[in-house]
Design a protein around this ligand. Structure first.
Ligand code: 2RA
Length: 336
């Protein structure tokens, strides 16, 4: 039956994509509320070919909402997600506000969907985009061979930072190509034609929060706190699509052939792996605007007897955030 849905953060990049995916997947919506800050209230967003007025989150009464999808930052989730849950909504939160709470499930639809039911606080957390795409590929291998250690270097697109970052990359690129100055505003240094080894905030151990998310979330979602995870997160001058160089060590030996078999059967994933030029997935040629997670460059690690390396690419706004949130909402609906 049809339900009442609220999108919190409807005017952001993820919010807009949430609306598109809800329409594409014909989510059974009886009533839709699109919510944002007072600054955006009164503006309009497009859903299923019609305009919908944005309501002010601060004055909105959440009673009657069945499912609330949050993508407005951690502070908004911290303040409003519990209120929506208390009013009876199931909250699916894209921020990192609740991901690491023991009584909040952290769910990738293709990896641990059964966890959706385990929501004593009425809140389900959506993992970080970089974790999401990585685990869609690694979970089948972990289940068979047991990942003991994981090294990952990510090449994250600027859409992960938001609209202003998308604008900055475009503006800076144009200005530099016209031999004009390009002062950085969103990032600490120039992003156009550059690679910035920094995502999120620095922590006391020298890693950034974006890197530590890969550590904490991998262990929680795979249910194994013993997995060693080492991450380096970089921002690259790409608009949409995060790329990841992943190197795993496994408890049991697994060959590339067996890994390929597992990945071919894995839901939500496509293999692009020919050992020729262009025989691999990239943000521009494959991931941007698409739903699947793409895997290529599969090879046994020549430096380790039970090592495997691969290249994982996905659209960080679609599968990395919006699509998984809608898939979790579909799982909640299926309980009814
Ligand atoms: C980033 N993963 O790419 C973050 C966004 N959630 O900056």
């Amino acid at each position: 039956q049809q339900v009442t849905v609220a999108i919190v953060g409807a005017t952001g990049a993820v919010g807009e994509t949430l609306l598109n995916i809800l329409a594409e997947r014909k989510f059974p919506i009886a009533r839709l509320h699109v919510l944002a800050s007072a600054r955006s209230a009164g503006s309009q967003v497009e859903f299923n070919g019609r305009k919908i007025a944005v309501e002010d989150l601060a004055t909105f009464d959440p009673s009657g909402v069945d499912i609330a999808l949050f993508s407005a930052g951690g502070s908004v989730s911290k303040e409003f997600a519990p209120k929506f849950a208390a009013a009876g909504a199931v909250v699916i939160d894209n921020s990192s506000a609740f991901r690491y709470d023991d009584d909040i499930p952290l769910v990738v639809a293709e990896v641990n969907p059964e966890q959706v039911r385990n929501r004593p606080r009425g809140i389900i957390a959506n993992p970080n985009c970089s974790t999401m795409q990585m685990l869609v590929a690694l979970a089948p291998i972990h289940r068979e061979a047991g990942i003991t250690r994981l090294n990952v270097a990510t090449y994250q697109s600027v859409s992960g930072t938001g609209r202003r970052a998308l604008e900055e990359l475009g503006k800076q690129t144009a200005r530099l190509l016209n031999f004009q100055d390009a002062e950085p505003e969103v990032y600490p240094v120039q992003i156009a034609f550059n690679v910035i080894p920094h995502g999120g905030d620095f922590t006391e151990n020298g890693y950034t929060t974006e890197e530590m998310k890969l550590v904490w979330e991998t262990r929680k979602i795979l249910g194994d706190e013993s997995i060693g995870v080492n991450a380096t997160v970089a921002r690259v001058p790409v608009f949409y699509g995060h790329s990841e160089a992943v190197h795993i060590e496994t408890r049991d030996k697994i060959t590339v052939e067996r890994a390929r078999e597992l990945l071919e059967q894995a839901p939500g994933l496509e293999i692009v792996d020919e050992r020729v030029g262009g025989g691999y997935p990239t943000a521009v040629t494959h991931a941007s605007g698409q739903d699947p997670v793409y895997v290529g460059r599969l090879r046994e690690d020549i430096s380790h007897p039970r090592g495997l390396s691969m290249w994982i690419v996905a659209d960080n706004i679609r599968k990395g955030a919006a699509l998984n949130a809608v898939q979790l909402a579909e799982l909640v609906l299926a309980e009814r």
